[in-house]
Design a protein around this ligand. Structure first.
Ligand code: AMP
Length: 366
């Protein structure tokens, strides 16, 4: 097939990595972002405008074959506007579901995907009522614009209701029960325009202060059958949403089985290891999916680890001393809590990966 012109709404590091993968898939790119310094602007044409600027959106869609987005908080109205002119994948309804925790959790329940019991709340009184049913500890989460642990407050006892409500500024929210999980896992899934699906091995994720610090792939010691259960949940979501592209599903592992936390309708930080660690990266598979091409193999040989570089510029020379290391810096200005890059390590086995991840974390902490 000839070259495909792909429009991407958002132009952060995910866009940058999509553009890099696009070289082998035969895609050309145009990005849209309000940030003139957005990383993907170094890779291809960048239209600098607000997402809701219809004139800019009309210019953005000119000559595109397909559009996608790499940022979850893009106004759904802007994505709908683009979808009237060119095919947009993942479909707008997937974005709308993922943007609202209440819709997302309702979708999990409808599809019988286990998720923490929850209630939609609009007042402190609602929170009190919800806790009667759900119990404590619980979490209050804003329905919209919560990410990296933002827009969340823990309610350990009923005395903490008022504080939590004030912290979230009374925004429309959900209350959900606290899940006693043993670890956090994620599944990167992909569905193409022809309905073909593929899944990467489950990944084990480690967060602190609400930010992903590192991931191990495949997740160590996944009990038999659990990968298949995760894939089954993902397949239900993909089919329900008539999904096209890569989706990430974040899961809690509990003694009673997997519990879905949330989904991301885009390529995902917990899938970055696939660039070096899997036969086909999540970025390439996202492009293949939205361009209507057959998906690439999601197999991996050996193991991989991914460590995020957060907040401060690292000593890249020192990081490169670690075995089988691949450093990806995004070219962003350092700022507290900001993801500046990531490092992938590959090895024959998880022991090797764990060793290298430990060394990297040590080097980054200095
Ligand atoms: P989220 O923004 O929903 O991904 O939540 C951010 C982090 O908060 C998750 O990665 C978990 O570590 C934690 N968390 C979220 N929901 C729950 C829950 N219901 N129970 C326990 N921990 C949670």
């Amino acid at each position: 097939m000839g070259r495909v012109k792909v429009g991407v709404m958002g132009a952060g590091q995910l866009g940058q990595m999509l553009a890099m993968a696009g070289r082998s898939v035969g895609c050309d790119f145009r990005f849209l972002s309000p940030d003139e310094h957005a990383p993907a602007g170094r890779m291809a044409e960048l239209i600098v405008a607000d997402y809701e600027n219809e004139e800019a959106l009309s210019h953005f869609v000119e000559g595109l074959d397909v559009a996608t987005y790499e940022f979850e908080s893009i106004p759904a109205s802007a994505v709908r506007f683009v979808a009237e002119k060119v095919p947009v994948f993942p479909p707008p309804q997937a974005l709308e579901t993922a943007q609202d925790r209440a819709l997302e959790k309702a979708c999990f329940e409808r599809l019988r995907i286990p998720t923490a019991p929850f209630a939609v709340v609009e007042s402190m009184r609602d929170v009190r009522g919800a806790l009667e049913r759900i119990g404590t500890p619980a979490l209050l989460k804003t329905r919209r614009l919560g990410y990296d642990g933002k827009g969340q407050a823990v309610i350990r006892t009923r005395d903490e209701i008022a504080g939590a409500w004030v912290k979230l500024a009374g925004a429309p929210s959900i209350v959900e029960s606290w899940v006693k999980f043993s670890r956090e896992l994620s599944l990167i899934a992909v569905r193409s325009r022809t309905g073909e699906t593929a899944f990467y091995p489950l990944v084990e994720n480690h967060h602190s202060e609400g930010i992903l610090r590192f991931s191990l792939a495949p997740a160590p010691a996944v009990p038999p059958g659990v990968q298949a259960v995760a894939e089954d949940y993902a397949a239900r979501l993909l089919d329900e949403l008539e999904y096209v592209g890569v989706m990430a599903i974040e899961l809690f592992e509990t003694p009673e089985g997997l519990v879905a936390n949330e989904m991301a309708p885009r390529v995902h930080n917990t899938g970055h290891w696939t660039i070096e660690g899997a036969d086909t990266s999540q970025f390439e598979n996202h492009l293949r999916a939205i361009c209507g091409e057959p998906l690439g193999s999601t197999e991996m040989s050996g193991a991989a680890g991914m460590v995020n570089v957060i907040g401060t510029e690292p000593n890249v020379q020192r990081l490169r001393e670690v075995d089988n290391v691949h450093v990806h810096m995004y070219g962003k200005a350092p700022a507290p809590r900001r993801k500046l890059g990531h490092i992938t390590v590959t090895s024959d086995d998880l022991d090797g990966v764990r060793r290298s991840v430990g060394e990297l974390r040590h080097a980054l902490a200095r």
